[in-house]
Design a protein around this ligand. Structure first.
Ligand SMILES: Nc1ncnc2c1ncn2[C@@H]1O[C@H](COP(=O)(O)OP(=O)(O)OP(=O)(O)O)[C@@H](O)[C@H]1O
Ligand SMILES: [Mg+2]
Length: 507
């Protein structure tokens, strides 16, 4: 088989001295799906940014279709048939889907204004061709993150990408969306395209990839046929030790309810009733897991619980006090922490340092502050301990968040949210983008918080995660709770499936 891309001895040192790629070499065969895996901070995104002309390497060569290339910019890479879908999406939030899809190639050559109708026509044609439904005339700002991801992929396809780089495309997709993406990828392969696929979900790697390259700490550990490796073997190559995936033991003792939700209703801007009377309780010392296909009201529910949205009616009692409709700050002060589903939107301030992002909610309190002055010496010691405990890969506590890898940003958010002894934890996709080794760690911290008496409300698109962690499970479908399981020990994904799809209901 022909080699389409040969990566030879790539070395990348960032201006702050971090060596992200330490001499990376491997070949990618034309017309294959090549998975690139490795721990958070291993150097995957950096290498892809080099291929796409965003970052320049200090050393090494890239041979593309037999010729050495040095792309000066993404535009240069696009012209040569390379497309990239970024780990953190880069669409313009105030433009419509159609406008985003045709940005830069929009039909307006001789006009000053955008020809929106034509843009919509072109966009319609490709969405049909690739069987990916997207609401063309909606603003990107109003779309769930999964749909935005689909728009990004379509955008690259529309630019005739021959080699498509997908940096964790499935991290934000529902299992159903992932399935449809994989169908598209297989179709693209049939049409002679080549795909580089990055994911922390090793099941997916096994399912879709022809070959796998594992990198660790900026170096290639192995390139192998995907069929030759098991999920476990890939995980071990990635982290250099054995990984356990097991269900955690049930709560030792359960206390009084810390979060009680009664008859919560919410109607969205389009006048759709998104939550139709939701009631549940989470007690001290337990994890209540929500199973459900994404988009059945989970996002709205979490945003109401954390004060980011106001409900139409109903009650949210936290630690004995009615908190429905209160501000995020008031709810946080009541001991509620929140790991948001979208870390870049609601999780971090990108321009600020790790230190600032961790103490943003506590710097004015003792022991971080003495009188009106922040005790920076104490803060530095505190943040350094947290960084170590949560295995955040960062040059220092003062590094800007934007210099961290995606998974390490997620770890900063998780670290902040779990480190203040919260009484209620709202964990929405807590390990999104986190590698298998650190996933084990985050799950252990959630269990520790539970054992110390926190009430945890867990929402996850990953059913395995819900089953692994939950003390009890509720299933949400179309804005209603359609099943409740108090005994989850022998429960499997198969048992939950019919409820999640709305073909069966119990309550
Ligand atoms: N702009 C930057 N400036 C300085 N260092 C950076 C920058 N971007 C990334 N790094 C560092 O380079 C290393 C590799 O990061 P990279 O984003 O390539 O990792 P990754 O393998 O994609 O991880 P993840 O799975 O978390 O997305 C990390 O140590 C990271 O902190
Ligand atoms: Mg990355």
């Amino acid at each position: 088989m022909d080699t389409i891309l040969s990566i030879q001895n790539i070395v990348k040192v960032y201006p702050n001295g971090v060596v992200a790629n330490k001499g990376i070499s491997f070949d990618i065969k034309k017309n294959t799906i090549h998975a690139l895996v490795g721990e958070n901070g291993a150097g995957k995104t950096t290498l892809m940014k080099i291929l796409f002309g965003i970052e320049k390497p200090q050393e090494g060569k890239i041979i593309y279709k037999g010729k050495e290339v040095r792309f000066k910019s993404p535009l240069d890479a696009i012209k040569n048939g390379i497309g990239m879908v970024h780990q953190h999406l880069m669409l313009a939030p105030d433009l419509t889907v159609a406008e985003n899809l045709t940005l830069g190639i929009e039909p307006r050559k001789w006009k000053i204004f955008l020809d929106t109708k034509k843009a919509v026509d072109i966009a319609k044609k490709i969405t049909k061709e690739f069987g990916m439904e997207v609401p063309l005339s909606k603003k990107v700002r109003d779309l769930p993150i999964g749909v935005r991801q689909r728009v990004e992929i379509l955008k690259a396809l529309l630019r005739n990408a021959e080699l498509l780089i997908l940096d964790e495309p499935t991290a934000v997709l529902t299992p159903q969306e992932t399935e449809s993406l994989f169908k598209t990828l297989k179709d693209l392969k049939k049409h002679g395209k080549t795909i580089i696929f990055i994911s922390h979900k090793l099941k997916e790697v096994k399912e879709i990839a022809d070959e796998v390259t594992v990198i660790r700490d900026g170096k290639v550990i192995a390139t192998k046929d995907a069929a030759e490796l098991t999920e476990h073997q890939i995980a071990e190559l990635m982290v250099g030790r054995e990984i356990k995936f097991e269900r955690i033991a049930p709560s030792p003792k359960v206390g009084k309810p810390l979060l009680s939700v009664k008859n919560l209703r919410y109607v969205n801007k389009e006048n759709v009733e998104v939550l139709k009377g939701i009631s549940f309780e989470v007690k001290a010392g337990e994890i209540l897991g929500v199973a459900g296909v994404e988009g059945n009201g989970q996002t709205e529910l979490v945003e109401i619980l954390t004060g980011l949205r106001k409900p139409l009616s109903g009650s949210v009692v936290i630690n004995g006090e009615e908190m429905s409709g209160k501000t995020p700050r008031a709810i946080r002060e009541k001991g509620v922490s929140h790991i948001p589903e979208d870390r870049m939107k609601n999780g971090v301030a990108e321009a600020a340092s790790i230190k600032e992002n961790i103490i943003v909610d506590r710097y004015y309190k003792s022991p971080f502050s003495k009188g009106i002055l922040v005790d920076w010496k104490y803060v530095t010691k505190y943040v350094n301990e947290i960084i170590k405990k949560f295995n955040v890969l960062a040059p220092s506590a003062d590094a800007p968040i934007s210099a961290l890898s995606g998974g390490n940003i997620q770890k900063v958010v998780v670290a902040r949210e779990l480190s203040m002894n919260p009484s209620v934890i709202i964990a929405d996709q807590p390990v999104r983008g986190i590698d298998v080794g650190s996933e084990e760690l985050v799950h252990k911290f959630l269990k520790d918080a539970r054992d110390k008496g926190s009430a945890i409300f867990l929402v996850s698109a990953d059913l395995d995660e819900v089953l692994e962690l939950s003390s009890r499970i509720i299933v949400i479908y179309n804005g209603e709770i359609v099943a409740r399981f108090d005994d989850v020990e022998n429960l499997t994904g198969k048992d939950l499936g019919p409820y999640m799809l709305g073909v069966k209901r119990e309550v």
